[in-house]
Design a protein around this ligand. Structure first.
Ligand code: IPE
Ligand code: IPE
Ligand code: MG
Length: 239
């Protein structure tokens, strides 16, 4: 993989950060940042699709985000609820295939139902794959995968000696989806915050100071451009 310029990434993952700081800078409540952030997601999904990106995965709510003040958690859940009902209904029409990753069993039942409906309705769509991480944590995802595999082994359906890396990939919430090629994190932080730890093993990382509510197509193109000019290696030789 040594060509000077690569094609565009098949799968882009985004840690959408900085909603709170964006709002504070404008003298607005943090929730205003989240509301603006939700609009940006919708637009970026469309832009990514037009650019030819085949999979987009966004981090919307982490397993750690429950520790935020209750009113903020409630607002975020309501935002996701609205999002499932309105914007995402559009996805069904636009040939988008939706999957929510994370532990859905901890979400309110009506939200779980809305998610299940959307996943079902868009299952056979052939356009961009859109994964939304809600109550997602990579450690929790791996814990759930280990439990699943152990249960299979206990019942005799799985021989522990036969477990491969693929067995593990197939037991994660992202089963069947290729690993991200590019990870973007907005708003200046440079850490993973428990996002897709297994799947990002060989992704290129791109950090920008732009806050998520200010992110747009031009910023996405900048990130993709940086990716295209990187020489990607997977353990091979430097050329
Ligand atoms: C990202 O923005 C959105 C979520 C984590 C839900 P933040 O809310 O983390 O914004 P900052 O990092 O506090 O500015
Ligand atoms: C990560 O952002 C989670 C999401 C973007 C949903 P956070 O803002 O919660 O992460 P930390 O706490 O700064 O690591
Ligand atoms: Mg943050």
């Amino acid at each position: 993989m040594a060509e000077a310029e690569r094609g565009i990434p098949t799968h882009v993952a985004i840690i959408m950060d900085g909603n709170g700081r964006w709002a504070r800078k404008r003298g607005l409540p943090r929730t205003a940042g989240h509301a603006q952030g939700a609009k940006v997601v919708e637009q970026i999904l469309e832009d990514a699709d037009h650019m030819g990106i085949r999979y987009l995965t966004v981090y919307a709510f982490s397993t750690e985000n429950w520790s935020r003040p209750q009113p903020e958690v409630k607002m975020l859940m309501n935002l996701l609820r609205t999002y499932m009902k309105t914007s995402l209904a559009k996805c069904a029409k636009n040939n988008v295939r939706i999957r929510v990753i994370g532990d859905k069993s901890k979400l309110d039942v009506d939200l779980q139902k809305a998610i299940a409906g959307l996943e079902e309705d868009t299952r056979d769509n052939t356009g961009i794959g859109f994964q939304i991480a809600i109550n997602y944590g990579a450690r929790d995802e791996m814990r759930r995968a280990v439990t699943k595999l152990c249960e299979k082994a206990k019942s005799g359906a799985l021989d522990p000696a036969s477990i491969t890396e693929e067995t593990i990939s197939d037991s994660l919430d992202t089963a069947g989806i290729p690993d991200p090629d590019l990870l973007i994190r907005t708003s200046g932080e440079e850490r993973l915050s428990n996002f897709l730890m297994w799947q990002l093993s060989y992704a290129e990382f791109y950090f920008t100071d732009v806050a998520w509510p200010d992110f747009n197509k031009a910023e996405l193109e900048k990130a993709v451009d940086a990716y295209r000019h990187r020489e990607r290696r997977m353990g091979g030789l430097v050329r």
